[in-house]
Structure formats: C-alpha cells, structure tokens
Design a protein around this ligand. Structure first.
Ligand code: PMP
Length: 440
C-alpha cells in the first residue's frame, strides 16, 4: 500500500505544480488558511455537496466554505438572485433598500439584533464589536478565551491558534486578557479588575467546538456574570449564527448577548459580516446631538451582491427545513463514524452540535449533552492538533473527501444520504491508511 503522502502527491499532481508557481506570486504560495503540507489542492468548481479539483478529482465537501454554505455550493435560488443583481449593479455608490431588507432578516432571526451593521468579514465584525464595547463602557480591556478564534486583527490574535503575536504592539496585546472559559476564574478576574469593557467568546467552545464547552450552563452563567459586573457580552456567532439554530446559538441556548458578531452564512456564501445588538450600544454608530462617536465606513460594506445572497439565504433558512436537513445528516455521520470506531476497534470519539461534527482519535469521550464534552482541553489539543489531523485530512482527500483541519466536518442541507454512506465507508479506508503509515 503506498503511503498517504505518495498517494496524495500522485492524485493531486497538477495542484502541486500550481502551488510551486504560486510561490512566485503569493507569499506562502496562496491563501493562508488553504495551505497544507506537502502542498494544498486547487479546486476549480463546486455544486451542492461536491467540488472538483484541477486534476478532475470529484470531492465530497465538508469544508462548505469554512462553514458559510449551509445551503451547499451555489444553491440555485441564491445564484439566480445574485445573477439578477449583477445585471443591476455591483456597487451603487448610495444607500440601497437591500441593506434594510438584509438587516430586517437578521433582526427577524437573531434575538439580540435590535440594530444591525454590515461589514465585509468576521474579522471586521469582531473588531467593530470590540470598539463599540470599549466606546460604550469607556474601558480598555477585552477578555477572550483560550483557543477561541475571532479573526486575525490585532486584538483577536492572542491564544487563538494563530501561534504568533509577531508584529503586534505590546500595548495592544496588554489590552487583551486571555482566560480559561471557567466561570469562577472569570469572576475572580472581574472582582479584581474594573477596566474590562467586554468578554468575547465562541458560544459552542473554541474553534467552533473543537474544544467544546465543558459546562452546559456556561453561556447562561456568563450572561449573569457580565450583567453583574457591567461588562459587554459579545457572542461571536460568525460560525454558529444560523447554523446552531435558525436564530444562532443565542436562540438555542436562550441567552441574549449585548452584541453579536456574524459572518459566513449571514452573507449567503459571499464576502460579508455583521455586528448586531443593543440599540443603545449600536447608536454610537449614528449621529447624536450633532456628534458621531464611532465611524464605520468601508467601500464594500453592505454591498448589493452580498446583501442579495444574504437575503435569499436567510429567507430560505427561515422558511424551509434547511437546519433540520443539515442536522439530520450530521447525526447520521456521527452514528456511522461511531460504528466504524467500534468495528475497527479504534480508540476515539465523535462530538458536535447541530450540523457540526468533530472527530477525535486516541481519546475516549462522550458528550454529556449535545456540544458539551468533559474531555479536558489539554487532551483534546493533543489529539486534534498537529500531525494526526494533517494526515487524516490528506487520507480523506485521497478518498475524495475534504474535511476541515482539526478533523471537523460542516454539514449542509445539500449533503445526501449517499454522501454520508460514502463518507462512512471511506472513513474505514482512512483509518486503514493511517494505521498503515503508523500515524497515531
Ligand atoms: N469568529 C469566528 C468564530 C470565526 O470562526 C471566524 C472565521 N473562521 C472569524 C471570527 C473571522 O471571520 P473571517 O474569516 O470572515 O474574517
């Protein structure tokens, strides 16, 4: 049996050539989060749950636009509306009613969204939310949690998995406090420090649940704590918004944050993001008594094409059983993977909430409730970072399946039962390949 790397290098040969060329054009050879070793692969087109690469390989996709594509690739209704909008202008250089309709859709679905602002990405959304919180409270510090990811701007980088703070001023880093997501620790910190503007967090645990919450009441407890200490609660729903439920994690957990950050699904697979929240905080973005405290321009914010994709997607989510279909597929995938673990006597476990699935090799564990795990963070980190997930991703690609780094899967309403059975069947081959290469 040839090694995982040899099979990959052969199967994705043309991608390897493009990647070599890429180094002469783009530092690192291409977009940072698409790069993998020995080389990344280049996709040429996608539809539904399937994408095709430049070598002509057919691939079942569980990256789903890094979580953006709850409807699957190029949903016909979204494509039709975008195509019409392209005819009617890609940038109108003025307000467009589409922005209002888009904002109303967000208001309809997301409980905390008294007011809504659009950005171009999740990174911009968390940056704006932090500025709003600092402006509103007049305080400086932001608390974030270890391995919670909020984009790549300076205040989001510490302990986010990006591994370097190179190029970020010390003063900036000192204004961000990283804590373990544990209520007693957070309360201890707040008792002793009155300069905290906000706490930002991923509501399903770090890296969209790769490091799940360890306490089912954490989000509710955090709400109570932030209210008690007058700290702004920023729920980062860039991934879980519209996925964990139609109304995001806040609807599912019945917790209303002060500010919510969104991206990905909110813009229907096109570039876009959003900050929504309490009217008093959001009003810092509008003129009051002749003074506007925070400016938020941006050439492409709320652009009509992203607005159209966002409106169409949110409309479908609110009217059709999109979440239910994706959640069902995730359940089937989890059941199938557990059977493979059992059949092949693999030590490991599967967890995840709604349409998210995470695989962990080498560590036993059970979800105590959906999306909550009692496996210690350190054990999960050892199992889901480094060489094993890297080789698993390559081994899956060799079988025509693409998964997220960290051994995660995003399901969509476009994944069929056939996709799921094929994936479960291929998982056995992946395990065999990993064993044959001595990867554990
Ligand atoms: N917050 C979370 C929770 C995310 O997962 C991400 C991106 N994966 C971001 C913020 C940053 O979003 P973007 O990549 O659109 O800048």
């Amino acid at each position: 049996m040839s090694s995982i790397i040899d099979t990959y290098s052969e199967k994705f040969r043309k991608s390897g050539e493009l990647y070599s060329k890429g180094h002469e054009i783009i530092p690192g050879g291409g977009h940072q989060s698409r790069v993998q070793k020995p080389f990344p692969y280049f996709v040429s087109n996608a539809k539904g749950s399937i994408k095709f690469d430049v070598d002509g390989n057919r691939i079942i996709d569980y990256m789903m636009g890094f979580g953006s594509l709850l409807l699957g690739h190029s949903h016909p209704a979204v494509i039709e509306k975008i195509a019409n909008q392209l005819e009617n202008g890609t940038h109108l250089g003025a307000l467009s009613e589409l922005e209002l309709i888009w904002g109303e859709k967000v208001q309809d679905l997301i409980p905390s969204a008294q007011r809504v602002r659009f950005t171009n990405s999740g990174t911009e959304a968390t940056l704006l939310a932090m500025r709003l919180a600092r402006g509103f409270t007049g305080k400086k510090k932001i608390i974030k949690f270890i391995e919670h990811y909020h984009g790549w701007h300076d205040y989001a980088v510490p302990e986010s998995g990006l591994n370097t703070e190179f190029g970020i001023p010390k003063d900036t880093l000192n204004s961000v406090v990283v804590l373990e997501p544990e209520i007693s620790l957070i309360e201890d910190y707040l008792k002793n420090h009155d300069d905290v503007a906000a706490i930002i967090f991923e509501a399903t645990g770090g890296h969209w649940g790769q490091f799940p919450l360890q306490n089912p009441t954490f989000v509710k407890d955090l709400r109570a704590l932030t209210t008690k200490y007058g700290v702004i609660m920023i729920m980062d729903e860039v991934i879980c918004g519209f996925r964990i439920s139609k109304g995001g994690a806040q609807k599912r957990f019945d917790v209303v944050p002060d500010l919510t950050t969104m991206a990905k699904i909110v813009a229907g697979g096109l570039p876009g993001g959003s900050v929504a929240g309490d009217e008093k905080i959001m009003s810092l973005l509008s003129e009051q008594n002749g003074v506007q405290k925070i400016f938020h321009p941006g050439t492409f914010n709320a652009n009509p094409v992203s607005a159209t994709a966002g409106i169409t997607t949110l409309d479908l989510i609110s009217k059709e059983p999109i979440n239910e279909m994706a959640d069902q597929s995730a359940k089937k995938l989890k059941v199938g993977f557990r059977e493979v673990f059992h059949k092949m006597e693999v030590k490991g476990h599967v967890h995840g909430i709604a349409s998210i699935v995470h695989v962990v090799l080498g560590v036993e564990g059970e979800e105590s409730s959906e999306g909550v795990s009692l496996v210690p963070h350190s054990e999960l980190a050892k199992a889901t970072m480094g060489n094993v997930p890297r080789m698993m991703k390559l081994a899956f690609l060799n079988e025509g399946i693409d998964i997220m780094g960290g051994m995660g899967f995003f399901l969509s309403a476009a994944h069929s039962d056939d996709d799921i059975s094929e994936t479960v069947g291929k998982f056995e081959k992946v395990i065999t390949a990993l064993r044959s290469d001595g990867v554990s």
